[in-house]
Design a binder for this molecule. Structure first.
Ligand code: NAP
Length: 489
């Protein structure tokens, strides 16, 4: 990885508009290696509103022909793209590990998952079905059609630089939409390669476009552009609310995937070691910088000590290190700002009276000198009103809360503004069903962590999301609009 980086970093990149790589009049900004802050990975556009306008116009011009492209052709192109992701998995993994910080094994997993999600989306292009209804009178019929909405603006955060763009772009193309994609400022490098691979797979010029730049500078122009029919956004709840307000002003549709404060509830469950393995993996993958990261463990009081022991044993197995260290199982945080935010929450947790059982230390020496490394932290004596129990930390911090009984645990689990993913560990079928029904959460995982599947709907309720869920069949509701056709013959 390091040799590949030495040979490939430091280049200047443009935006991908209408099938061409074009420089922005806003110039470029450097992006640095997350685990080697002195290494410039590349220089990327600091785009302007003019770049956004050009990209939207290119996507708009490409839309009629792409929407009319037979579905089997769209499927074949996306299948080819999935093959290319697999072919180039190593290079993509290097790029995304370098810009984001995650370990190479996580990065490879992300690329392969993007290929699997693309194959599911490619198949969906062939299943865009409607209904046929009898007419009210003789010699009449009624049918419903699903048609692509047009240009989709796709905006992603920095934690999954390959899967998030692909999760938006591949289904959009499958349903016949065209796309303008804006990555997070911190992670544009893997996306550049994704554009090359979409083009190589046969996606025509203008069907997918890339504009790299700061959200605060170009976000509003993209979201508010009158030719943008829908906005698929993944990011913080604060930005999601802002985008929703702008989109509502002109009835543009939205698919918002936002923050989480995801609980794992542990009830009468015999295999606490299994529960701890699942919880620790879901809490600390991507250094906890995952919307579906488990950040609260809610355990029956009488099981708390035993579970904490198992959690501590699992956490002790985590090896913090840079992506190129084959032993590393958890990478650095993406940058100093994110580390400062996480350390502030650790300070707040202590001040609020929670007990830090392990972790929360900054590693600075040797291989750690050039990255933002914080060891995985476990707090106990956490109570529901504490900020560390209520606010999204987006880092390697796990809190343990104790409940009197299952009803108390359910109340605590639901006592948050968010409702993205939840896990419940129980050997009692009645509790499993009860929690599946009464948890206010978009996704409920019974007896395993919060890992999602490549073909099931993915999304949240309350302040965790809005609009049709992504990944699964639910995408049809976002990327297509319904038309009802009446025929008299
Ligand atoms: P963020 O600050 O909301 O940024 C997300 C994206 O929005 C970035 O591309 C950002 O660009 C862009 N943006 C900023 N201002 C904008 C504006 N005015 N208009 C349009 N776009 C704008 O989120 P983040 O810190 O990158 O990511 C962490 C958050 O994402 C967490 O809350 C996490 O839970 C959430 N997340 C949710 C899911 C899910 O599926 N529910 C998945 C992953 C992450 P810049 O980078 O240029 O600022």
């Amino acid at each position: 990885m390091l040799t590949w980086l030495e040979q490939n970093c430091g280049k200047t990149y443009g935006n991908f508009i209408g099938g061409e790589w074009t420089a922005s009049e806003g110039g470029t900004v450097p992006i640095y290696h997350a685990a080697r802050r002195s290494q410039v990975l590349g220089y990327f556009p600091n785009s302007t509103e003019a770049d956004v306008n050009r990209a939207v116009e290119a996507a708009h011009a490409a839309f009629p022909a792409w929407a009319a492209t037979p579905a089997p052709e769209r499927t074949a192109i996306l299948m080819k793209f999935a093959d290319l992701l697999e072919r180039d998995q190593e290079e993509l993994a290097y790029r995304l590990s370098a810009e984001q910080g995650k370990t190479l094994s996580e990065a490879r997993g992300e690329v392969l998952r993007a290929a699997r999600e693309t194959r599911f989306a490619a198949g969906e292009a062939l299943r865009i079905a409607g209904d046929t209804l009898p007419g009210e009178r003789g010699r009449t019929s009624i049918r419903t059609l699903r048609q692509p909405i047009g240009v989709v603006a796709a905006i992603a955060p920095w934690n999954f630089p390959v899967i998030t763009p692909v999760r938006k772009i591949s289904p959009a193309l499958a349903y016949g939409c065209t796309v303008v994609f804006k990555p997070a400022t911190a992670t544009p490098w893997a996306t550049v390669r994704l554009m090359e691979l979409y083009a190589k797979a046969g996606v025509p010029a203008g069907v997918v476009n890339l504009v790299i730049g700061s959200g605060s500078k170009i976000g509003d122009a993209l979201v508010s552009h009158p030719l943008v029919a829908g906005i698929s956004f993944t990011g913080s709840t604060a930005q999601g609310l802002r985008i929703q307000r702008l989109a509502a002003g002109r009835l543009a549709r939205t698919q918002l995937e936002l923050g989480g404060k995801n609980p794992a509830v542990v009830l009468d469950y015999a295999d606490l070691e299994h529960a701890a393995r699942q919880i620790v993996s879901a809490a600390f993958t991507c250094s906890g910088q995952r919307c579906t990261a488990i950040s609260r463990v809610i355990v029956l009081r009488e099981r708390a000590e035993a579970l904490k022991e198992s959690l501590l044993a699992e956490i002790a197995k985590i090896k913090v290190g840079p992506a190129w260290d084959p032993e590393a199982t958890m990478g650095p945080l993406i940058n100093q700002a994110q580390m400062d935010a996480v350390l502030e929450y650790i300070r707040i947790g202590k001040e609020e009276g929670a007990r830090l059982l392990t972790g929360g230390e900054v590693l600075r020496d040797g291989i750690y000198a050039e990255g933002c490394y914080v060891t995985p932290a476990l707090f106990d004596r956490v109570t529901p009103e504490m900020r560390i129990a209520r606010e999204e930390i987006f880092g390697p911090v796990l809190c343990v809360l104790e409940a009197e009984d299952a009803e108390d645990a359910l109340r605590m689990a639901n006592d948050t503004d968010y409702g993205l993913a939840a896990a419940v560990f129980t050997d009692r079928l009645a509790d499993a069903e009860d929690f599946a029904g009464r948890l206010r959460s978009g996704m409920v995982h019974i007896n395993h962590g919060t890992a999602s599947a490549v073909h099931a709907p993915f999304g949240g309720v309350k302040m965790s999301g809005y609009g049709p869920y992504s990944i699964g069949r639910s995408n049809l509701e976002f990327f297509t609009e319904m038309k009802v056709v009446y025929v008299q013959y």
